[in-house]
Structures are given as C-alpha cells and as structure tokens.
Design a protein around this ligand. Structure first.
Ligand code: 6R9
Length: 661
C-alpha cells in the first residue's frame, strides 16, 4: 500500500486554476512566538513554530495530547493512559482512567471566573430581538433541566432525543444530558416525522425534548405535531418535554410535560456525574448527502478537547471575541462549533435561528454589525446564494468587527471564495476553508493554525491540524479514483463498533487492510508545497474519455453548476444567477468555450440543463447521487430521500431532463 502525492492531470489543473495567492495576514511584520500562542508548546523542547508543533503532534502524539488534555480540560480524576488504540479490533480509547464532566468544563469553570460573561447570543428569527445569556444563567438552566430529566427517570447511559430549533433551551438540554451522564441525540428540526421516528427508535430514547412550534424565515413550523406523529411508532418513548417557542398552545397529552413550567420547580444546583473519558457523549446522524444516514457516536474527553483546540486555533479565537457559526445545532458543525468548542473555551457563541435571506439577503451582515461578530463560520451553499444578490447587501453594513471567515460543508469554488474574501471580509480577513466530517468530530484540514503570514490559496483547505495525518491513496493502488484516507489516531475520531466497520471499509479494492486509516469518501490533491485541496466526494469524481475529473474542478470554471457522469460524457446542471437572462443554447456555447479554455476540450459538457435549484440535503449539501440517478434514468431508485430539503427540486430536475432528452 502506497500513500503518496497524487500525480497527474488533476494536480496540474489545480495549479493553473488557483495560482492567485492571497496573503491574508493581519499581523504582518510581527515576530511570532509559538509559546505565546500555545502555552503547552513551552514543554515541547525544540518546537518554535507551527510546523514544528505539527510535526511534534504527530510524532510524539502521546506527549502532545497528554499535555494539551491536562492543560485545557478540568478533570475530576486524572487519566493514566493517553491513548490505547487497536485498530484491528476497532478499539479507540483516549485518556483512560480519567473522569470528567463535559458540562463542568463548558459552564462551571467559567462561572467561577467570569459568571456574567455572555455565553450565548440567541439570534432569533426576528432581527433585532436577540437574547443574551450569561454563563451563570446557562448553568442555572442546565441544572434545572438536568434535575427535571432525572425526575422524569432519565439515567446515566440513557439517550435523550432532542428535536428543537437553535434556542437556548436546546443548548441547555444538550448540556443537561452531559451533566447527568445521559447521551443526546439531536435531530435536525426540519426532518419529517418518519426520519425522526427512525432516529428515536435507533437511539431507544424514552424521552424526547421539543418545542411547541419553531419559527424560521418568518414561517411558523409545527414541530410538536411532527413529534406526535413520530412517537406513535416509537414504543420506547415515555415522555415528551415541550418548550414554548411561540405563544400558541398546542394539544398536550398525558405523555407531554410542559418544560418551562416543570423546570422552574427544580433546583438550580445539579450535581455533575463523573463520567469516564470514553463514555458516550452523543449520537448523531450524518447528513445523508451520499446515502442512508448513519448514526455515529462521539465520546467525552477526546471530542471535547479536540473541538476546543480546533475552535481556538483554526479561527484564532480569543477571550472576548464573539463567535458566529450559522449552522444548525442539529448538525455536527453546530455541536462542535456552536456548543462544545466555544463553551469549553469560555467563548461567546451565537445561536442563529433564521435563514441567510430573511428578511432580506443582508441578514448575516446586519447581524455581524449588530452583534459585533469577530469570527463568522458558514457554508459555501449560503455564500453562493448571497453572491447572486450582489455586493450592496453586504456593503450596507459595517463588518469591521470581522477577523476570520470560515467555510465548511462543501468545496468552496474560487468565485465564492474570492467574493467572501474581497467583499465580505474587505480583503483583510483570512478565509479558512475547513475540511472535516461528522466522523472526525472536528476540523481536520484548514489553512490555520499557521504563522499569520502564511499564504492561503483560494479554495484550498491547505494544512492538516495538529495530530492529523491525512493520506492520499496512490492511484496505482486503487485504480480509477483518488481517495483521502484519514488516520483514525486522534482524540475526536468516532467510536464504538462503527470504527471497526469503517476500518474494514477503508481498504476498498486492496487485499490487506490499512490499519489505523479510514476511508473518508472524498478525493483530494496535494500540491508540491504539501497543500491539500478537496476536490469533491469520491462518487463525484468522474471519468471522461479516460481522464479523471473532480466535479469541484469543473464547477470552479462553470460556476454554480453540477457535473455528473453520463456514460462517458459530462452532464451539467446550471443554476443561473438571479440577474442573468440568457438563451439556453447561447449559454451552452459559452460554457463549452469556458471549460475548453480553462481545462481541456475533453472536459466539455455534453448536456446542459438549466434548473431553478438543485436537490439539497437540509444541511445544504447537493445530493449528487440523486442527479446521477436522474441522468441515468433510474428515477425508481433514487434511494433514501429522508434528508432532502425541497422535494419539488427533484421533480423539476426530472421534468427538465425528460424535456431535454
Ligand atoms: C462538517 C461536515 C462531511 C462531508 C465531507 C466532504 C464535505 C465538508 C468540506 C467538504 C470540501 C470542505 N465537506 N467540509 N468538502 N471542502 N471544506 O460537513 O460534516 O455533514 O458529515 O459532511 O462534507 O465531502 O466528507 P458532514
């Protein structure tokens, strides 16, 4: 098995496309000292810069993670072994012997030092009605809820399903579970009752927490009604705790518990349970962009440590900053970078309930101005949407508080990257494109940390984080596609039997397993400088006349289009910018010329279909497998669509395809 630089066409293409390098540096000219940045580094002799620290973190992994875990987490009792992993058995254990409580790390220790610091800003759907909650208040909410859960019979080791929009009580529910030793299973509050029922049954929850109604983009959504339908088919459910997001009453049954009313009867002190490092913290389902959603497990110490470390260093987060991650708490990005990472660091975190275009496309930037957000973390799908509306929506607002801009979820094409950098960040904020997965718990590849002067290439995720060892499977070993493998040897990697499945899955066509690495499903290049660029899901890497092309590669040229395999050709779906009015055959001609000029003739699209929108998951990822089935005319086998956002998008694509052919 060889893991080496991916040679060939794709590498050359990347170089020509992305050679414009931005020096995104706020501190040029300042001398840089790694120990002032990361205190633990003092103990690592000979380490003087980020690249030295990175090498140390992978070569001396025990010393690195041991020191960081002792320094950054509060332990009830210390761990005796940093890591104990046997990949042939799927065993991954970190910080064995250690006992801690995640909610104490996220709340109590900050209440001791700065009780009145704002822990979270709830950016409600209605602009200008934000609610600020201090660490002291969040701890009180968490304790009351923890006591209520105990009164309802929830015990250590149980799993509570949370079906709520982003709101303080959702966050407090997660932390309350952590406090009493229960696991949580947050289900995105946009999922259907069947999808919710699947996840409740899988987690065998006896308790579900929800709200009467959600409010998003000015619309009221009957969440409690969805829960009522779901629990009809979930025999394990004993009670549903119902919080009130709106003033409208909803039908309540004997099983339903009015959450605010009952929690106010509880004490504001709730003894934290001493949890083992490897006890389950939560269960979470992946977004399902590529197949049936998988429920994954993360545990206590390693996950918490890794999310807090990445939050601190990838975004250069400092005390007093306001961190604005606009994901939903129902996804891993929300778990790691709205809840656990920022709170573990004593940060101020924003909980965004609305949409990027409500009440207008200036929403994000109006919020940045009003809340003074310093780090903004969003998804390319939203950035691409907003750039279509033009620069004024951004420029109308003061964004001088912004220091770092983050991107996650999909490859960010060069046009979107540059717009984000030039217009949103006024050309002065580093754009950190962060690659990671639900499986990895936290960010694995990102441009920072690095010396502040280090270059950032648009659309490149750049460098592995401390302790992270990505590898590219050499094309000579696996014929056809290039694959990112990821070493499983870092504290936040997913746990339990699943690790074993992943491990067995990893070798693909290879005869012997590559122990300790898992198959990420993404393709990437590594440039000669060692920079990583994610080129898309492996199933999006297409073969055209014997040449391999990543869809991200082509999409970079043909902005806002999706390309998938059709026999040996290329089929392009185009979403036009709002302002563009163009005849389809003129458009087709222009696209072909662009691709031919920027890549090669063989990559020219054979079919072009203009669509209003693309089928996406609720977390904004394009469901390429669905597009592929449409083009292959296998519409009877579209697969699991439970995470699809707008079912009409699929029907429209099918109708358009029929017309075209
Ligand atoms: C965090 C999250 C994981 C998949 C991942 C990849 C895609 C995420 C990306 C990216 C290119 C990035 N992905 N970040 N692709 N560049 N910066 O999104 O987790 O929902 O599990 O999805 O998302 O394909 O494998 P999850």
């Amino acid at each position: 098995m060889m893991c080496s630089l991916w040679r060939g066409t794709l590498l050359t293409l990347t170089s020509s496309l992305n050679r414009r390098v931005f020096q995104c540096c706020r501190q040029l000219g300042r001398s840089y000292n790694i120990a002032s940045c990361m205190p633990e580094a003092v103990a690592f002799q000979g380490v003087s810069d980020h690249s030295g620290l990175y090498k140390f973190s992978v070569n001396e992994s025990d010393r690195f993670w041991g020191a960081v875990a002792r320094q950054r987490l509060s332990w009830i009792s210390p761990f005796h072994t940093v890591q104990n992993c046997d990949f042939s058995q799927g065993k991954i254990k970190w910080f064995e012997g250690g006992k801690l409580n995640v909610s104490v790390n996220c709340l109590d220790r900050h209440v001791q030092t700065c009780p009145e610091r704002v822990a979270l800003i709830w950016e409600r759907d209605e602009p200008g009605t934000e609610v600020k909650i201090t660490y002291r208040q969040l701890l009180e909410l968490t304790c009351r809820l923890g006591n209520l859960l105990k009164r309802q019979g929830v015990r250590r080791g149980d799993c509570v399903t949370i079906y709520m929009p982003p709101c303080p009580l959702a966050m407090a529910s997660m932390l309350a579970c952590a406090r009493i030793g229960a696991a949580h299973n947050v289900v995105f509050a946009g999922f259907s009752s069947e999808a919710l029922a699947d996840r409740i049954r899988d987690a065998q929850s006896s308790t579900v927490i929800t709200v009467n109604q959600g409010v998003r983009g000015g619309k009221v959504v009957d969440l409690k009604r969805t829960v009522d339908q779901a629990v009809q088919n979930c025999p394990t459910v004993q009670q549903v705790l119902v919080a009130m997001r709106t003033e409208n009453t909803v039908p309540m049954t004997d099983r339903d518990v009015p959450l605010e009313e009952e929690m106010m009867k509880e004490d504001v002190v709730c003894e934290p349970v001493a949890m083992d490092s490897e006890d389950v913290l939560f269960l979470l389902y992946t977004s399902g962009s590529t197949g049936k959603p998988k429920g994954l497990v993360h545990t206590q110490a390693g996950y918490l440590l890794y999310t807090s470390l990445t939050h601190r260093y990838v975004f250069n987060y400092h005390d007093g900053d306001v961190f604005g991650c606009v994901a939903d708490i129902g996804w891993i990005t929300g778990h790691s970078y709205i809840v656990y990472g920022p709170l573990c660091n004593g940060g101020t975190t924003v909980l965004f309930e609305s949409t990027p275009v409500y009440p207008n496309p200036g929403r994000y930037w109006e919020m940045v101005e009003r809340l003074g957000i310093n780090q903004f973390y969003g998804a390319p799908t939203a950035i691409r949407l907003l750039l279509k509306y033009g620069d004024e929506w951004v420029q109308n607002y003061n964004r001088s508080s912004l220091k770092t801009l983050g991107s996650v979820g999909e490859p960010i094409n060069t046009e979107a990257w540059e717009w984000y950098h030039r217009v949103v960040g006024d050309g002065r904020c580093p754009v950190v494109d962060t690659w990671w997965q639900t499986e990895t718990g936290g960010i694995c590849i990102a441009p920072r940390p690095a010396d502040p002067e280090a270059e950032i290439v648009p659309g490149m995720a750049m460098h592995p984080f401390y302790g992270i060892k990505p590898a590219l499977l050499d094309t000579e070993v696996v014929t056809g596609d290039g694959v990112v493998l990821q070493s499983a040897q870092f504290p936040a990697f997913l746990r339990l039997r699943l690790a074993l499945c992943y491990n067995q899955y990893c070798p693909l066509n290879c005869a012997t397993p590559l122990l300790g690495f898992f198959f990420t499903g993404d393709g990437a290049h590594r440039s000669k400088e060692g920079y990583y660029q994610i080129i898309g899901r492996l199933d999006d890497v297409i073969n055209v006349s014997g040449h391999r092309l990543g869809t991200a590669e082509l999409e970079d040229v043909v902005v806002c289009t999706i390309i998938i395999m059709f026999g040996l050709g290329v089929y392009v779906f185009v979403v036009l910018k709002k302002a563009v009015m163009v005849e389809e055959d003129v458009l087709a001609q222009q696209l072909r010329e662009m691709v031919s000029r920027s890549i090669a003739k063989y990559a020219c699209p054979d079919f072009i279909q203009v669509v209003r929108c693309l089928p996406k998951t609720r977390s904004g990822k394009i469901m390429r497998r669905v597009l592929r089935k449409v083009v292959e005319r296998n519409t009877d086998e579209l697969g699991d669509l439970s995470t699809l956002d707008d079912p009409d998008s699929v029907h429209e694509v099918i109708r358009g395809h029929r017309r075209l052919r």
